[in-house]
Design a protein around this ligand. Structure first.
Ligand SMILES: [Ca+2]
Length: 370
């Protein structure tokens, strides 16, 4: 992940080079966050008979007995050599790890024929119940939200909205054993095996540091944990003990979840007091194509965008870097916005413009409802 937005590229050559870098950065699949949204999307896709073979990228396991697999032995050897784990203890952990066909089905990418719709996605997260429960979560945790906001410079409504989109304020945190999900994705999902082997390593380290039985923790199909759905590597890098009780608890402690979301955004470059996005007008959709291709990393000033027939509806600081954000609506016209650096920061939490825009719009609905 590259947490910082690049300086504004001014020459065409520089833009092309930057574009190539952006495209490379986005080549991997979306970060497996936002368990609820992705599970819902997968369920709705799976409901269509033509899409039923969604796990086509998965391979059948060589053996569901992970402790007996040579690649698991090699992984254990690495953990012993690099981190001083005890071999017999890890053997016992993997003897208890189970292959999860559900994890593979849920993580499989959408088929290329799937038509994404921002309006349909938005409607799932901007409903009355999610707004009402978000206001309740805000009231119940007002002190911690104010404290985290002061400490990290991230507005409370953004933190509440992320927890709301991720897990409905902690109601849906995932029922997969993390060891099952990560073992399956590390050893039976070749497409992203290196990533999930890394997360499995982080998970074992996290469990050891925290005195947690690696077989006990539950999370999403991708191994994301707790109210904010942090992957194990993110827990170790970004999570904080906001209430100062000596342990980081993202599963049941809203204070630690709130502090950890704010910490994550701050460490990924959140700019305190700056906007997230702007509404815009444009002359012709054809002229927008190169800006769509340039990706979501903000690199154009409003002055440069004027050259593409774009005007912001709201006033924009002349030196603020912006990106064109395109949100397809299936067969209906695409929605377009100007994304500021803070929009890009939200996409570091989950690499999806739909996700970041839903978080922002929910945050605005929550702030308006206070
Ligand atoms: Ca704590």
């Amino acid at each position: 992940m590259n947490p910082r937005s690049a300086p504004v590229a001014r020459s065409v050559a520089a833009r092309r080079a930057a574009l190539a870098a952006v495209l490379l950065a986005f080549a991997p699949a979306l970060a497996p966050r936002n368990a609820e949204a992705r599970q819902r999307a997968r369920r709705s896709r799976a409901a269509a008979p033509a899409l039923a073979s969604g796990a086509a990228g998965a391979t059948a396991p060589a053996s569901a007995d992970y402790a007996a697999r040579p690649e698991v032995h090699a992984f254990i050897d690495e953990m012993v050599a690099q981190h001083g784990f005890i071999e017999a203890e890890l053997q016992a952990v993997f003897a208890q790890a189970h292959y999860s066909a559900d994890a593979l089905r849920l993580i499989a990418p959408a088929p290329p024929t799937f038509k994404r719709s921002w309006r349909a996605y938005r409607a799932r997260f901007l409903d009355a119940q999610r707004i009402r429960e978000g206001l309740r979560f805000w009231r119940d945790n007002e002190g911690w939200l104010a404290y985290a906001s002061a400490r990290y410079g991230v507005p409370p409504e953004i933190v509440v909205a992320i927890i709301g989109v991720e897990t409905f304020y902690g109601r849906i945190t995932g029922g997969f054993r993390v060891i099952d999900a990560l073992s399956t994705l590390a050893f039976d999902y070749p497409r992203r095996a290196p990533y999930f082997r890394g997360e499995l390593e982080q998970y074992l380290l996290y469990a050891r540091e925290s005195g947690i039985d690696p077989g006990s923790l539950r999370g999403s199909f991708a191994g994301a944990v707790g109210l904010p759905q942090f992957m194990p590597g993110s827990i170790r890098r970004y999570a904080v003990d906001l209430d100062g009780d000596g342990r980081i608890d993202l599963q049941s402690n809203p204070a630690d979840a709130i502090g950890s979301v704010a910490s994550f955004l701050a460490l990924h470059g959140w700019r305190s007091g700056e906007p997230v996005r702007f509404q815009m007008r444009f002359d012709s959709e054809e002229r927008l194509a190169p800006l769509v291709a340039a990706g979501i990393e903000p690199r154009f000033t409003i002055g440069e965008l004027t050259g593409y027939g774009i005007a912001s509806v709201e006033s924009v600081a002349p030196d603020l870097p912006l990106a064109l954000i395109d949100l397809p609506n299936a067969d209906e016209p695409t929605s377009y916005y100007l994304g500021a650096p803070n929009f890009y920061v939200i996409t570091r939490y989950n690499r999806s413009s739909f996700y970041a825009m839903a978080v922002y719009e929910l945050s605005q609905a929550l702030a308006a409802g206070r």
